[in-house]
Ligand binder design. Structure first.
Ligand code: NAP
Length: 489
């Protein structure tokens, strides 16, 4: 096998699924641990994950960019504090190049099925082209926001104009001078509505629930900022500053805190300053407590809604026809382009892949009542499997990269424990996972996130996406694996 290209190998030590932020971080962690025998399987034609998928106009990160770079790969080149998608894509490509990940990358490669072969202690993988691959460890780094969700609205397939999902954008579709409808008013819609409003002849924004919008404290980074960012103490200070600001913001999710009072006041001021029309302002008042859904940070969303060519429609959607959209009151709006900014399926994680453990149970079956894991990383019944950004590791207040890095270290430490002892597999104890999830759910029970419907929760109301605490707490909890939580064979 030695000398054979990683592209041709049929048996590897680690198969990593997905080449987004978490897949790349995993690749770097593996290389640092001296494990070079791995592949990064990516179904798209390029790396980038969510940033590859979400190329709608206006896409940018909603945390300050100094926190949206890995600690081991600072980026002094950011052009703005809230970096745009193409910049982030370029950063990820640089990380992949500079950390020697490109030879490991297999693009346009879809994993269809994974089955654990217990006697061999290896995952048997079936790929989209019918070929097979074996790997001792499987890392699923597809993230919670990779499966685009189309709305379940009557007539959607019959629409004769162009139908776009924000996470499957087709930049070739002409938008200038056209009649455009946008369904959804979440983080994504708030980013794409302003640029669409500038081009469209008419833009109708269909809102089911108004969201909380706070000002985005954005600014361009100038040459002097970029020069300073090259000085390690300045870069470290800037990162630490934003880390603590956002952790402080986490307090805003709790009633009665100073942070919450400040955020409520800022949101009220933002709305009253940016929207003068009292009727429109009323339509934009959120009907749920701040923080229950992801907070939107935007300076141009409200102004876009006040443009003469833009209409905010709050009448519920009735059905879609070949020529447009009919609201419940019977009014039809003719559309050339229908944009669904309707988010992601976050409750059926990994549903496009059949992952089968040694007992014959698939992950989908094990997760019938919603996904669960141990610190979002390992799942009882699925040996040698690691998840990146798995259940209950999402964050509503800070950068996911702060969670990804320790997750990669934890997974690699587990792999090393198996390898260094000459063992075949490690398997999470079922009782450990159960106790962990009971404690997690008890803690989430009284939280702000229980007070509305969102992608953080399953249909039954269980919160499966979010980590309930502060970042430091999570990072400390997974600093190093407690091997007593696992059975080794
Ligand atoms: P989302 O937050 O799930 O929002 C989906 C929107 O579509 C909501 O307004 C929802 O209304 C609406 N919707 C869904 N089905 C509908 C239907 N059948 N009829 C009418 N309206 C419907 O999705 P998202 O905006 O794509 O954001 C998802 C997450 O991605 C964010 O929370 C954030 O974590 C991440 N994100 C990050 C960035 C960034 O950092 N740059 C940018 C975008 C997104 P309801 O509220 O009534 O359900």
């Amino acid at each position: 096998m030695a000398g054979m290209s990683l592209q041709d190998r049929a048996d590897v030590e680690v198969a990593v699924l997905g080449a987004g932020m978490s897949g790349l971080c995993m690749g770097v962690a593996l290389r640092r641990a001296g494990i070079d025998d791995f592949v990064l399987l990516e179904q798209s034609a390029g790396l980038g994950g969510t940033w590859w998928d979400n190329r709608y106009p206006g896409a940018h990160v909603d945390v300050p960019a100094p926190l949206y770079a890995f600690s081991f790969a600072p980026n002094p080149n950011w052009q703005r504090r809230f970096a745009a998608a193409p910049e982030i894509q370029a950063y990820m490509e640089r990380v992949a190049r500079e950390h020697g990940l490109l030879p490991h990358l297999r693009l346009r490669t879809r994993l269809v099925r994974a089955q654990f072969d217990e006697p061999q202690g290896r995952w048997e993988l079936e790929l989209g082209d019918g070929s097979r691959l074996r790997a001792r460890f499987l890392v699923c780094s597809t993230g919670p926001l990779s499966q685009a969700r189309w709305p379940d609205i009557e007539g959607l397939p019959d629409f004769a104009g162009v139908r776009l999902h924000s996470a499957r954008w087709d930049a070739r579709v002409p938008l200038a001078g056209r009649r455009i409808g946008v369904i959804g008013t979440g983080s994504t819609a708030s980013q794409l509505v302003p640029p669409l409003a500038e081009q469209a002849a008419r833009l109708h924004v269909f809102q089911r629930t108004a969201n909380w919008v706070l000002p985005r404290i954005d600014r361009p980074y100038h040459a002097v900022d970029r020069l300073l960012a090259r000085l390690p103490p300045v870069a470290a200070l800037t990162r630490a500053f934003w880390y603590h600001v956002l952790e402080w913001g986490r307090r805003g999710f709790e009633e009665g805190t100073l942070a919450r009072r400040g955020m409520l006041r800022a949101a009220a001021l933002h709305l009253s300053r940016q929207v003068r029309d009292p009727l429109l302002r009323e339509k934009l008042r959120p009907p749920y407590p701040l923080g229950c859904k992801r907070i939107i940070y935007s300076n141009d969303y409200y102004p876009a809604l006040t443009r003469p060519n833009v209409e905010l429609v709050t009448e519920p959607i009735g059905r879609i026809t070949p020529s447009g959209l009919v609201t419940a009151d019977g009014v039809e709006r003719a559309l050339d382009v229908l944009v669904c900014a309707t988010g992601f399926d976050t409750t059926h994680l990994l549903s496009s892949v059949e992952v089968r453990g040694p007992a014959g149970l698939t992950l989908a079956q094990a997760w019938r009542d919603g996904p669960q894991a141990f610190h979002g990383l390992t799942v009882a019944g699925f040996p040698n499997l690691f998840l990146m950004l798995g259940p209950n590791t999402g964050t509503g207040h800070t950068s996911t990269l702060l969670y990804i890095e320790p997750q990669a270290r934890y997974a690699v430490a587990c792999m090393q424990a198996v390898r260094s002892r000459g063992l075949r597999q490690l398997a999470l104890k079922a009782g450990v996972m159960q106790a962990h999830n009971e404690a997690l759910q008890a803690r989430l029970a009284g939280s702000v996130w229980t007070q509305c419907r969102s992608w953080y929760r399953t249909e039954s109301g269980r919160i499966t996406a979010l980590w309930p605490g502060f970042t430091r707490e999570y990072v400390q909890a997974i600093e190093r694996p407690d091997l007593a939580d696992y059975e080794f064979r």
